[in-house]
Design a binder for this molecule. Sequence first.
Ligand code: CTP
Length: 397
Amino acid sequence: MLAQKRILLVIGGGIAAYKALELIRLLRGAGAAVTPVMTKAAGEFVTPLSVSALAGEKVYAHLFDLTDEAEMGHIQLSRVADLIVVAPATADLIARMAQGRADDLASTLLLATDTPVLVAPAMNVRMWTHPATQRNVAQIQADGARLIGPDDGDMACGEYGPGRLAEPPAILAAITAMLAKGPLTGKHIIVTSGPTHEPIDPVRYIANRSSGAQGTAIAAALRDLGARVSFVTGPATVPPPAGVTVIPVETAAQMADAVARALPADAAIMAAAVADWRVSNASDRKMKKDGTGTAPALQFAENPDILKTVSHGPNRPRLVVGFAAETDDVIAHAQAKLARKGCDWIVANDVSPATGIMGGAENAVTILSAKGAETWPRLPKDEVARRLAHRIADALK
Ligand code: CTP
């Protein structure tokens, strides 16, 4: 599966470093060669001896090791790999990547490389959710790194929440996906997915029933054909796919910003169920009953139309695909939407409750374009995604 591939594995210093041993075993089992690099702190958690025994190769740890520089300089070390994987990536290592530091071997390699980088964060939940870490994570993603995890769960420190290293088999799947060669290799595709949440006050919001299943399946199918996917997702109920750049957002305005920042791209697939309106008089305190029995009146403002903006923008991708979720006159509404939004295709579906499509596992779509309409049979959402991804690959040839 990974025969002839070389992975440079940077092991950071965290409790989860022991899982890097399992990852090395899986990588070698899949046929990959592994060049291990350990940070100084990683040596506090796993020994270089066990790492090199499993990798079957020397462990690199020091920047100024002259013998190593004679054998293989750090620049070359960073370039011989097909992929650099940072697992576990600590908060500190991510911060140093975000800043472009080069004060040890791991950070220098990461700065000197032009090889794709996959980062698997692992840290305490508070450290992960801290705005500083979230800023750094957004920065390294903007610089091109892809993320896997972290997972939710019990942590070694006794807390519960996001911060656990993704499981080694999931990291292996993300690595395999990133190294997959296909008709979309070298192409960057933005996918929006899920609902948006529009706050009413700090504890209440307006949302819709989108689960994010179709958008997630499309992102995974594009990834499987080799695309680099920026996955801009609202608060969906299905987890995002591995091996894509996940950009989580909450509101339509945040989604519009994230899409603008992710451009340029070869294609944009707008599968999100974006709220058309936001509450313009949202309160920054929880709204209370005033005892009179009168409900507060909400006022609404129109949200930016992301699809329309991208379709007419200066950075327009070659292919822009919109979705039309309708409950009646599906084709007529979708046809009108194709013209109104200025996109190349509309993927239309009937989401009236009787179809069970919204939140369900299947979808029945019609693809509308300048060439006409093509109706597909009712299929699992994964299969719709696979067919759509192949159609996108053909269009971007
Ligand atoms: N969309 C968007 N930004 C918005 C609203 C919608 O990018 N603010 C995108 C959706 O992701 C989808 C397409 O536009 O690809 C159609 O969304 P929909 O809400 O069905 O279209 P509307 O323009 O809101 O039309 P209508 O209200 O008539 O349904």
